[in-house]
Design a protein around this ligand. Structure first.
Ligand code: NAD
Length: 432
């Protein structure tokens, strides 16, 4: 084909199957950083695509036994250059191939920023886990595992918990995989229970990393976390741990929420009382000792530190000018749109991006993998100290790029991650 007829390498002619708003966000972020870096076009184009994407559908039996429903699941591996691929599995009603692909791309940058020997992956099943019994969730998990069994494994691709999944789901994946292989393979997942070879400190690791970033951002701005007002959207694995650890360090957690809405007390919430309420009622709804607040209202509460730790696309051009925090630490993946990013930047709000802020989870997953390989397990204190050390180091490296290149922290984090991947890809060359 003559050069003049060839479409530009960086503009896909037809949308790909994974072309969704979230995928476009991941690509727009990659493009912005790649352009600034002067990244080689061939590599740039390569990084825009998932290396492998598997879509599966399978039946599962409801508890009444007569009803059989069909659900769709995904496993996407973005980059196989660095080692095994790594990434969570999410259970949510709107999971799509594009969403999982975007998340796998972010996992690649996250692992590279933290200097972990993994490429990015992500999986998901399109279900609403809140409408399913534990036994239904177990059947779905076991069947999903058996559908993707050829692409996962301790040396191939290692799932972990994400939205709507937890250590119990990881235990079912481990058991299903091991049953089919004929021997125990604990290394097939991370984020598993400690009794099965999980790591101390993994459950709180993402939240702990989020707070470590908040502390570093405060330090950079000459503020203190102690006494700061903290607002957390999403009181699940990440948000709960972040709120607890921030409170432990002396911050005032004034609002938290779940999928149904939130609670607010400007004097600071009583977190143990909230936990007791949730243990009994499952959701925050109806908690008597604080004001009710909607999920969108919560994001606009005046505070020093805002932590979105629920779902994507929460801070957009429609509310970015009303966000009233000084520091936004992204616990969730993709909570801020591209347009919102520039509004927040203009307004002087420091955004610690997801690929840095929530990398604590994959970092302790890496510790879990290393401990499992050596069959030598660390104390919780050792895990937490090493995690904080790596998070602080990564934050400072990203901050140094941001100051040197005069770019925001997201662009700096992307540049750092892409640069590591670029060097590895250059060394390996193109096969064949
Ligand atoms: P989770 O399922 O444990 O908790 C999610 C929380 O958000 C729950 O309180 C849920 O009720 C709430 N929620 C769900 N939908 C909501 C909505 N539309 N609006 C407001 N709240 C809603 O999930 P998690 O593991 O804590 O993950 C939360 C986010 O953090 C996700 O974006 C995930 O990708 C990201 N993340 C998780 C980990 C991890 O280790 N679990 C690591 C990195 C990033």
């Amino acid at each position: 084909m003559a050069d003049a007829e060839r479409p530009s390498a960086l503009e896909p002619i037809d949308p790909y199957e994974w072309d969704t708003p979230m995928y476009r966000l991941a690509i727009a972020q990659l493009d912005a950083a790649a352009e600034l870096m002067g990244l080689d076009d061939n590599l740039w184009e390569r990084l825009r695509h998932p290396q492998r994407a598997q879509v599966v559908s399978f039946p599962f039996r409801r508890d009444d036994y007569r009803t059989v429903e069909t659900v769709v699941g995904y496993r996407v591996q973005h980059l196989l250059t660095m080692g095994p691929t790594k990434g969570g599995v999410r259970y949510a009603p709107d999971v799509s191939l594009g969403e999982v692909t975007a998340l796998s791309i972010w996992m690649t940058w996250k692992c590279a920023i933290m200097n972990l020997p993994f490429g990015g992956a992500k999986g998901g099943v399109r279900i609403d886990p809140t409408n399913l019994s534990k036994s239904e969730l177990q059947r779905i998990t076991r069947r999903y595992t058996s559908e993707i069994i050829e692409v996962i494994g301790p040396e191939r691709d290692i799932p972990a918990p994400d939205l709507g999944t937890d250590m119990q789901v990881m235990a079912w994946i481990l058991d299903t995989y091991s049953q089919q292989k004929g021997f125990a393979v604990p290394g097939v997942v991370t984020g598993k229970p400690v009794e099965l070879g999980g790591s101390e400190g993994r459950a709180e690791a993402t939240g702990r990393g989020v707070v470590a970033c908040a502390v570093e951002a405060c330090r950079h701005l000459g503020m203190a976390l102690e006494g700061s007002r903290v607002v957390v959207q999403g009181y699940g694995n990440v948000g709960h741990a972040a709120a607890q650890i921030a409170s432990h360090l002396g911050a005032r957690v004034i609002a938290v929420s779940d999928a149904k809405g939130g609670v607010y007390d400007p004097k600071g919430l009583d977190l143990p009382a909230l936990d007791a309420w949730i243990a009994e009622h499952r959701f925050l709804e109806g908690y008597p000792d604080a004001e009710a607040v909607s999920n969108s209202g919560l994001l606009e509460l005046p505070c020093e530190i805002l932590i979105p730790a629920a779902v994507q696309n929460q801070i957009t051009e429609t509310n970015a000018d009303r966000i009233a925090c000084k520091i936004l630490v992204e616990g969730a993946n993709g909570p801020t749109s591209l347009e919102a990013d520039s509004v927040l930047c203009e307004r002087g709000i420091t955004v610690v991006p997801d690929i840095l802020a929530n990398a604590g989870g994959v970092t302790v997953s890496y510790f879990e993998w290393v401990q499992g390989l050596q069959q030598f397990f660390w104390s919780e204190e050792e895990v937490n100290t090493r995690l904080i050390d790596l998070m602080q180091r990564a934050f400072r490296e990203v901050m140094a790029v941001s100051e040197h290149e005069k770019v925001d922290l997201r662009t700096a984090a992307l540049m750092r991650g892409i640069d590591r991947v670029k060097e590895a890809k250059r060394r390996r060359g193109v096969f064949p």
